[in-house]
Ligand binder design. Structure first.
Ligand code: GLV
Ligand code: MG
Length: 327
């Protein structure tokens, strides 16, 4: 272990995160009763410019009046390049009461973006005497944000999670796609013409680098990496595949842009009974090995060692966190 200890952000279940437009309050009650872990009420891109002011009012009222149960509540504010942002922060913190847990910062580009919002939030929190410290979730969804992802992740003690915003990221990097997430038939490998005929075309995951890069920055700073939207809500298998590959890389949750995606995200990001049983067997086998003075042993024909305990503990502690939350 390095002499530098990575402090972990406040632990929260974040298997699923539902996007709910602030301009559509008819969706709020249903969201509050859903099985989602985190809700973000949106003031940014799901809200048209003419609706921004009313959406802010809707959110303030909803934070005060609706019973959101044990859900983690977030508000996605507008970007720092707009004139809406400061009032999003000020009005919501001054008038929204204590229920809010997080604010989501879209299109985070530099550490200074986070610093600026931290300063504003800190002032309003102190002025209104807010008791609960607000946390930050940042969307990495621009080339600038990805280039500065390490410093963004480290920019404030309020930081809790990084999110991969695939739609804006595609636009910012000028990627050849107009869909929100998912595979792209242009991104693949054709087997060499010297190979067996017929040649095979293998689709790849064009978002692999971006997600993996964000996961490293998040984990190196004790934050949760969360995969963003998958636009085709009629394609449950497609969603599951995208969520699984993000989870395989270390993400611990995924957005739901439609209520039908909540159960899928929860399922993918909860370890299965089989995974937990195997993890517990690894821990037991390694405890036994340690008692016998061994550093590594074989379990079911595979090598396991001290690192295996840590991997297994990740699985077991995730299952414990889910059980503790009664989910
Ligand atoms: C989310 O905000 C995205 O741009 O994908
Ligand atoms: Mg976006």
């Amino acid at each position: 272990m390095s002499f530098t200890i990575v402090e972990q952000a406040q632990a929260r279940l974040n298997r699923s995160e539902l996007a709910v437009p602030g301009s559509n309050p008819s969706l709020f009650e249903k969201a509050a009763k859903s099985a989602v872990d985190v809700i973000f009420l949106d003031l940014e891109d799901a809200v048209a410019p003419d609706d921004k002011v009313q959406a802010r009012k809707n959110i303030i009222e909803a934070l005060r009046d609706i019973d959101w149960g044990t859900k983690t509540m977030s508000v996605r504010i507008n970007g720092l390049d707009t004139h809406y942002m400061y009032r999003d922060v000020v009005d919501i913190l001054e008038q929204g009461g204590e229920r809010l847990d997080l604010i989501m910062i879209p299109k985070a580009g530099t550490a200074s973006d986070i610093y600026a919002i931290d300063m504003l939030v800190t002032q309003v929190e102190a002025a209104v005497g807010r008791k609960k410290r607000l946390g930050f979730e940042m969307i990495i969804e621009t080339a600038l944000g990805m280039a500065n992802v390490d410093e963004i992740a480290a920019a404030s003690p309020r930081n809790e999670s990084l999110h991969f915003g695939v739609a804006d990221y595609a636009a910012s990097t000028k990627a050849r796609t107009t869909v929100i997430g998912g595979p792209n038939k242009l991104y693949g490998v054709l087997t060499d013409k010297e190979g067996d005929a017929p040649r095979d075309y293998h689709w790849g995951d064009m978002w692999h680098y971006a997600v993996a890069r964000m996961v490293v920055a998040a984990r190196a700073n004790g934050l949760r990496p969360i995969d963003g939207p998958f636009g085709d809500f009629s394609d449950a298998d497609g969603f599951r595949a995208q969520a699984n590959r993000a989870a395989a890389l270390g993400c611990e949750g995924k957005w739901a842009i439609h209520p039908s995606q909540i159960a899928l995200a929860n399922e993918v990001n909860s370890p299965s009974d089989e995974e937990v049983t195997r993890a517990k067997r690894i821990i037991e086998a390694m405890e036994q090995a340690t008692r016998e003075g061994k550093g590594a042993v074989a379990l079911d024909g595979r090598l396991i060692d001290i690192a295996s305990i840590k991997q297994a503990e990740v699985m077991v502690s995730k299952a414990a966190q889910i059980a503790k939350a009664g989910k």
